[in-house]
Design a protein around this ligand. Structure first.
Ligand code: TXA
Ligand code: MG
Length: 355
């Protein structure tokens, strides 16, 4: 791919000005690729109604062609304008009232306005109204929906800071709207509402407990949420994104589930790695008693605040590559609430799991 100049526009994260967003919207209007902040992670945006622009997203990220994109909207009307089946509307309305704008993507039947490039040929489309003021203002300014995957090179941890986007995509996209760190830190929850009860395809910022509470019925959690598929040839998955290894730093990770993360177990694992000549690092919660091990430690936040761990997770995974180690032992956390999203990402990032 040709190298291009990547513009960087600094905008106010809370009160973005129209003028500040104009150049980014102008580039999107002519088929350009522009990264922008959402409350979950930075997205790599293109005009969702332009097949040519959307095709370029796949190129810039090195994304597998069969993995569909989420379409971001700034109003309910914009969401309706892309939907096919009207009997999905009541359920969308209920969930949108509770979660939009926010970290919940709803998979619905699409209509002809959404092309095959966006959905990778599926008859459904994932719709989301992000809550970040900059994302909403950019969609408003463009007056069209924006298709956007996370703004990382495919397989890498998702970007929660403009620097992460720069590191992965500088020279491959037209611009980055820069507005500081993302608050949620893990991607949106993907919920398929084409069936009843709805099916959770990817855990994220909106928890299954919260969704079930709003619907008054338990959502079905797809089994691949807990047991990652590692075979890209797998055809049985409901959401193509499930089958790709993802979120991974270059340094191999060994995930030690919360129940197995004991001092004795840790000492054994470290001894095994060191006997193979590997330098070992640790990625752990603030509470983990690992300081005396005399190994490089990256902290990800307190066990009592899974929301903070979620917010730090991808930065911490990128940080791991800057520590001089050959393998990292990662402490797992409880998978309730947003912990389910954290553990889903860690299970998919790790080459091995213990416990
Ligand atoms: O928080 C987020 O969702 C971020 C920000 C930028 O909005 N976006 C994001 O996009 O994480 P991406 O492309 O990295 O992940 C989208 C996920 C993939 O796992 C994809 O397979 C799934 O959503 N998905 C999208 N459309 C789908 C559809 N029609 N049916 C099933 N799964 C779908
Ligand atoms: Mg992604």
């Amino acid at each position: 791919m040709l190298t291009r100049v990547t513009h960087l526009w600094n905008v106010d994260p809370v009160h973005p000005l129209r003028d500040e967003l104009q150049p980014a919207a102008d580039l999107l209007r002519v088929g350009g690729l522009v990264a922008f902040p959402t409350e979950t992670v930075y997205g790599l945006g293109a005009d969702a109604l332009s097949a040519a622009a959307v095709a370029r997203i796949f190129q810039a990220k090195g994304r597998p062609q069969d993995n569909p994109l989420i379409v971001h909207v700034s109003s309910l009307e914009m969401a309706y304008s892309l939907m096919g089946q009207s009997d999905e509307r009541p359920i969308l309305d209920i969930l949108a009232a509770a979660f939009w704008p926010g970290p919940l993507t709803l998979v619905v039947t699409r209509n002809h306005r959404i092309g095959d490039q966006v959905t990778a040929g599926l008859g459904t489309v994932g719709l989301r109204m992000p809550s970040h003021p900059v994302a909403l203002a950019l969609i408003d300014e463009l007056e069209r929906p924006i298709a956007a995957p996370s703004a990382n090179r495919s397989g890498r941890p998702s970007p929660t800071m403009p620097q992460h986007v720069m590191a992965d995509l500088n020279g491959r996209i037209e611009g980055i709207v820069s507005a500081g760190a993302c608050s949620v830190g893990v991607e949106s929850t993907v919920l398929d509402i084409t069936e009843w009860p709805p099916v959770l395809l990817r855990p994220g910022g909106a928890t299954p407990e919260e969704i079930s509470g709003v619907l008054g019925t338990e959502v079905v959690v797809d089994r691949h949420v807990h047991v990652p598929v590692t075979d890209p040839e797998a055809t049985q998955v409901r959401s193509p994104g499930m089958k790709y290894r993802h979120y991974a730093p270059s340094t191999p990770l060994i995930l030690v589930e919360a129940s197995a993360f004991t001092r004795e177990r840790l000492r054994d694992l470290i001894a095994i790695q060191q006997s193979q000549g590997n330098r070992v690092g640790i990625l752990a919660t603030d509470e983990a008693d690992v300081a005396s091990l005399d190994l490089p430690v990256v902290r990800m936040g307190s066990r009592a605040r899974p929301d903070q761990i979620a917010a730090n997770l991808f930065s911490a995974l990128r940080h791991v590559d800057r520590t001089d180690v050959d393998v990292v032992l990662v402490e797992g956390i409880d998978d309730r609430g947003v912990g389910l999203a954290v553990m889903n990402r860690l299970r998919r990032a790790a080459g091995r799991r213990i416990g």
